[in-house]
Structures are given as structure tokens and as C-alpha cells.
Write a protein that binds this ligand. Sequence first.
Ligand code: ZN
Length: 155
Amino acid sequence: MDYTLEEKEAFMREALKEAELALEHDEIPIGCVIVKDGKIVGRGHNAREELQRAVMHAEIMAIENANLSEESWRLLDCTLFVTIEPCVMCSGAIGLARIPNVVYGAKNQKFGAAGSLYDILTDERLNHRVNVETGVLENECAEIMQDFFRNRRKK
Ligand SMILES: [Zn+2]
């Protein structure tokens, strides 16, 4: 994936905008965009509460969105930007969609499956391996989560 740091931060800011949409529904603020040839082809945010769908994580919504806009289940040549490390389900979905590159902001020590708890995206036993980059706008991505949980505890 040959985007400059500046470009990666710009795409991560778009993912953060998606995370803010989740906040409107008092939802864990995670956002995602999928980029192809420098253009966003899919967007998504955590919408479990909004849609009452257990599997509607940011990455799943963005993959579905990109499948529609690309008219293909294969998202080759795409880079997925997500604010927080993908979970087990989403890491599996990234493989199923054949997405070759993933950039995430902050780690998720409790649920992360792209390096923290598991390492599904780079596991050599699986036939699809993904280039993973971490730490793009890490502080911003972590902060929006911390603020959310801090406010929720206050309620
Ligand atoms: Zn997930």
C-alpha cells in the first residue's frame, strides 16, 4: 500500500468521522473506510444499537458498502482503514473479502484479532495474508473510545 503518511491520516480522519456517527446512537465509536486507488469506496460505523444487529461492526458495514459500490465480493487492491484493531469476526471478514491491506489506529487488548489476542490477518496457516499497519492517529482513535467509556460510567 503506497499511501503517504499524510494520506493515511486523511483516510483515518474519515474513519473517525464514521466513529462519530456511532456516537450519535450512544454506540461504541468505531469507524471504518475502504479505499481503492485513493478513493473511498465503502464507509461504515458500529451500528449494533442503531440497527439492532449483533454483527454490524464498522468493518462489516464498510465491506458490505464496498461490495455494493464495486459490484464485487472481492475487494482486491483495497486498503481498509479502521479506528480500532479488528475483532475475530471482522478479521475473518477482511480475509473473506480478499482485502490485501489494513491500517488501524489503536489496539484493542480485549478483543483485538490483528495482533493483540490473535493474529488472524497474518497467520501463515490461512491462505489469505494481509499487510497490517498500526498506529495511524492512534491517540485520536483511542481517545474517542476512552471518552465514550468514561461518559458511560458516569451515567
Ligand atoms: Zn468486529
